[in-house]
Ligand binder design. Structure first.
Ligand code: GLN
Length: 534
């Protein structure tokens, strides 16, 4: 395509309607037609990135290959489309302002008064266009976090208004709203949608396509009413009913012609409807998988979104193993020696989750001890791996005071230590070991047989590491270091060979599992959990 086209996804009425899923689905459908796409998110908060946010506030922090800590929607983008996102795909109001303020200090605008319009809006526009210019994508899909009418999103709306004006046919707005069902009245209500579109129109944006989120099927009469009240073509009003799985959304959108509506609005040839073969095979297998495998997530954040990518990775692996993964959250804060057997009962496999800080770690150690001594398949991720290592030191090597430097600064048995390059860092934002690093797997190890290769790349987000001084002792006693970074010699993976599945990774494999390319470690872990059931 000669010129990049831009699709802006905005939301109205309420948050959590699934703009990320819709953006991902648009990406998926355009990709299926042979277009080269990317998806970008603007978050209207002032943090530079969500790395310093508590997962209770915004759910999981997703990490890109180039080490950007981002919103969890980027995980959806990658899982749906298989693209790799980068720093340029995730922006916040904080980053936009920082860039403008840095330029002001440098003297780039010397003599000028710096204002929201045009300076902040120009910086937003520059970041939208950057992707198109630099990487020559056919389509750049830009999702704006928050809801129309929020004070915070006003500069983004103004930037979209200007871009739509400048780009003409090469820009469209897809607006996602909500049609609530009032039980007492027995009616579906379109008024919130009408108001939300009015709000959008009042800032000068005419939506091209409306997607109505609804819990009940919307009849044609309602669609017509919305179309005529909102100045939108009837075939550009699309409904997004609740579905059994988020992965059904692209097919549902394709059935209603969301992709063709976009292409027509942008003056692109429509061509044949893509079959979405492998995607449909995945959905088919998923709906046929009725047998359940139980996986317990031992963590401290009792919130669906806090371990989003782990949950999705497990569920991809479940589908490809023809099972439904039933995930039970087990709060490590309340795990004790006395209740661990009861709490973990019925689980075919256990994931010990990542995290930071003291809260809940003793419970993770208790869980690791229980699963190791009862040979329950166990997957430790990042902090989870570190807790496996500490448990082993305390109960096998006999170092009762073994700990991580993160939790205990003075212990002589600092089996998890702070990384050398982290020692003098005091700033909290974006300073961890972040992003993709190489890891070399040991021939003959379990992980080698799972990955079926020697060199892998996985993403990281941590400050602490396995203390190599203890390596010999660990290996002598049965916990093996089977993956290392070739430059720093940092231990990336530990495993206990005699057990069914007891593997801990310092990295986060969950960031790389996608619908069409499930992650080998999750695949093998779930497979083992299934056979453990039997
Ligand atoms: N808190 C640990 C560290 O910084 C683990 C981090 C994580 O689980 N992502 O090393």
């Amino acid at each position: 395509m000669a010129e990049t086209k831009y699709i802006f996804v905005t939301g109205g009425v309420v948050s959590s309607l699934g703009k990320g899923i819709i953006s991902s689905s648009i990406g998926k459908l355009l990709q299926a037609r042979g277009y080269n796409i990317t998806i970008q998110k603007f978050d209207p908060y002032i943090n530079i990135d969500p790395g310093t946010l508590n997962p209770y506030e915004h759910g999981e922090c997703y990490v890109t290959v180039d080490g950007m800590e981002t919103d969890l929607d980027l995980g959806h983008y990658e899982r749906f489309t298989g693209i790799q996102t980068t720093k340029a795909n995730s922006l916040t109001t904080g980053r936009i302002y920082k860039a403008v303020i840095d330029k002001e200090r440098r003297g780039d605008y010397l003599g000028k008064t710096i204002q929201v319009v045009p300076h902040i809006t120009d910086e937003i526009k520059r970041n939208v266009k950057l992707l198109g210019k630099k990487y020559h994508y056919d389509f750049v899909i830009t999702e704006i976090g928050g809801t129309i009418g929020d004070i915070e999103s006003a500069p983004y709306m103004e930037a979209i208004r200007q871009l739509k004006w400048e780009l003409g046919k090469n820009a469209v707005n897809v607006h996602l709203t909500y049609v609530p069902y009032l039980k007492a009245a027995g009616e579906l209500k379109t008024k919130p949608t009408q108001h939300s579109v009015k709000e959008l129109q009042s800032v000068g944006i005419q939506p091209d396509i409306l997607i109505l989120r609804t819990e009940k099927h919307l009849e044609e009469g309602i669609m017509k009413k919305v179309a005529s009240f909102c100045n939108v073509d009837l075939d550009c009003v699309i409904q997004s009913e609740d579905l059994a799985s988020i992965y059904e959304v692209p097919v549902n959108m394709q059935n209603q012609g969301l992709d063709t509506a976009i292409l027509r609005k942008m003056g692109e040839p429509i061509g044949e409807k893509p079959a979405l073969g492998p995607w449909r095979t995945f959905l088919d297998r998923r709906s046929k998988a009725t047998e359940v495998v139980n996986i317990g997530l031992v963590g401290k954040y009792d919130l669906q979104d806090a371990y989003k990518s782990i949950r999705e990775s497990l569920s991809h692996a479940g589908t490809y193993n023809d099972h439904k993964v039933k995930i039970t959250f087990i709060n490590s804060e309340y795990l004790t020696e006395d209740n661990v057997a009861e709490q973990l009962k019925g689980q075919d496999g256990i994931v010990i989750c990542p995290g930071f800080g003291q809260r809940g770690i003793e419970g993770k150690i208790i869980a690791a001890h229980y699963t190791r001594t009862h040979d329950i398949p166990t997957f430790g991720i990042c902090l989870g791996m570190q807790m496996m290592v500490i448990e082993f030191a305390r109960n096998v090597l006999g170092y009762k005071d073994a700990n991580s430097r993160e939790m205990d600064e003075k212990t002589p048995h600092n089996v998890i230590d702070i990384m050398e390059e982290q020692k003098n860092i005091s700033n909290m934002g974006g300073t961890m070991r972040l992003g993709a690093y190489e890891c070399v797997l040991k021939q003959g190890s379990r992980v080698f047989s799972i990955y079926k290769k020697e060199h892998i790349q996985e993403r990281h987000r941590h400050r602490y590491e396995f203390n190599n001084e203890f390596q010999k002792e660990y290996e002598k006693n049965g916990m093996m270091c089977v993956g290392r970074n070739p430059e720093s010699d940092l231990v990336e993976i530990v495993e206990i060979p005699g057990l069914k599945w007891y593997i801990g990774t310092q990295y986060h494999p969950e960031y790389q599992s996608t619908v069409l390319k499930p992650h080998p470690l999750f695949m093998d872990f779930v497979k083992t959990a299934i056979s453990n059931k039997k």
